[in-house]
Design a protein around this ligand. Sequence first.
Ligand SMILES: [Ca+2]
Ligand SMILES: [Ca+2]
Ligand SMILES: [Ca+2]
Length: 117
Amino acid sequence: MGINQELIFSLNNTSDFWIAEGGGNIFTQRSFNYEDGDFLQATIIVRDNGTNSLMSTSTLQVYITDLNDNNPYFVNFVNRTLTLSEDTAVSTAILDIDAMDEDSTTNAQVSCLREPR
Ligand SMILES: [Ca+2]
Ligand SMILES: [Ca+2]
Ligand SMILES: [Ca+2]
């Protein structure tokens, strides 16, 4: 008897994936969002078709990787107009801006660029 013949596959403890009962191929069943969760797990079951059917189980673990799909945004900041005295010294701090990004690692690194002095 060859591989997968007369064997029945199923998945437990997941609504994220489904498995082709006879073939063993596993498919996604929904879209994923790294920001909502980056780790998924399911139990794979295989049964034979014999009398007093026998089975084995295995664990599937899936990590979702992050894509840069969120724009950085300013925190507590809207368009602003400043008034500066004409004798304002060079290198005077004129504003402190905070920004956030919902992604992770380099996808969330926020840079504030300034003109060279
Ligand atoms: Ca996302
Ligand atoms: Ca992302
Ligand atoms: Ca980002």
